[in-house]
Design a protein around this ligand. Structure first.
Ligand SMILES: Nc1ncnc2c1ncn2[C@@H]1O[C@H](COP(=O)(O)OP(=O)(O)O)[C@@H](O)[C@H]1O
Ligand SMILES: [Mg+2]
Length: 309
């Protein structure tokens, strides 16, 4: 009997301990649920605040773009006037110039040219970023594309003591592209190559077929680009050391424009470089087939936004 009553006591005690534990567990569960709910509410509020900030930033970005576009448009006209008058003064049409006056006028001309380039680059970039740049495609020989640009840059290369070589074969298939825009790409790449190559150096332009594309390469024997800068080299306003062999200062927009134009054509850009040995800039364009792009309906075509190589 004693054993029985002690067992029932123990049972009773165990039951009340179990009930206590259940109550505690329920309390912990409640606290946990409250905390989860509070955290969820906090996260929701933070998300909302973040979405609002994002919307504000997008609006500010749009306003900045609109402002930049308006200012650059407004700068264009006075700059054209300044350049025109400077050119007239340089010819001596208003009378002879002392050597100091001639030098100062030359500087005005050089600086207004630089500003004009900046304004044109900014306008191009804002046009591209707004999705307003339209391409006028045609089939054109890679050799003549390169030859056209080399002709424009021969004087600059000669002044810089750099040799320009067109190694593009005349037998290559035509490229299917907007020649005016691709000319811009080649001018940017070749003038960079000249700018960043010391006297006595060489800039070689070559091209080859790569499947349904053409792969162009601008190689120089210049100062090269450090490996840690390569991933950012196509970012807008990215510049390394702005002092150049030719003394010409750039805007840091050239390569960003190059990348955009090539990607608009469905191509890709890339670079390889070794400091003090030289750089190789590549870009691809669709090859032409019967007046059209050979890449049309090509499932292997890489989307421009994911391009790397
Ligand atoms: N061929 C090259 N060799 C060495 N550095 C280069 C070359 N091309 C471009 N760069 C580097 O990349 C930077 C960005 O080029 P770019 O966008 O054309 O701007 P910019 O020519 O106006 O400075 C240059 O300032 C330069 O530091
Ligand atoms: Mg440049």
């Amino acid at each position: 009997m004693d054993i029985e009553s002690s067992l029932s006591d123990e049972n009773q005690q165990l039951r009340s301990e179990r009930d206590l534990l259940r109550r505690r567990l329920a309390e912990v569960e409640q606290t946990f649920m409250r905390t989860v709910q509070e955290s969820q509410a906090e996260i929701l509020a933070m998300n909302e605040a973040l979405a609002q900030t994002n919307a504000q930033l997008r609006e500010l970005d749009r306003m900045k773009d609109a402002f930049l576009s308006m200012v650059t448009h407004e700068l264009r006209t006075p700059l054209t006037v300044i350049s025109g008058i400077t050119e007239m003064l340089e010819t001596g049409i208003y009378g002879d110039l002392t050597s100091l006056q001639a030098e100062h006028i030359r500087q005005i001309g050089a600086q207004s040219d630089r500003l004009r380039h900046l304004v044109n680059d900014l306008l191009d970039l804002s046009k591209i970023e707004a999705g307003m740049m339209r391409l006028h495609h045609e089939a054109i020989s890679p050799f003549s594309l390169v030859e056209m640009v080399i002709e424009q840059l021969l004087t600059f290369a000669a002044q810089s003591g750099v040799i320009l070589l067109n190694r593009v074969s005349e037998q290559l298939p035509d490229a299917y592209c907007d020649p005016r825009r691709v000319e811009h790409v080649l001018i940017n790449l070749i003038s960079n190559a000249i700018k960043f190559t010391p006297r006595g150096g060489r800039v070689t332009i070559s091209a080859e077929t790569a499947g349904k594309r053409l792969r162009f390469c601008v190689a120089d024997t210049g100062r090269g680009i450090p490996a840690d800068a390569l991933p950012r080299i196509f970012d807008k306003f990215f510049q390394l050391n702005t002092s150049t062999e030719s003394g010409i200062k750039g805007t840091g927009l050239g390569l960003a424009i190059v990348k955009h134009i090539v990607e608009l054509h469905g191509g890709e850009v890339g670079v390889e470089s070794i400091v003090d040995c030289g750089s190789k800039f590549y870009f691809t364009l669709p090859a032409a087939r019967g007046g059209k792009s050979a890449m049309e309906n090509d499932p292997s075509r890489i989307s421009p936004s994911r391009s790397t190589f």
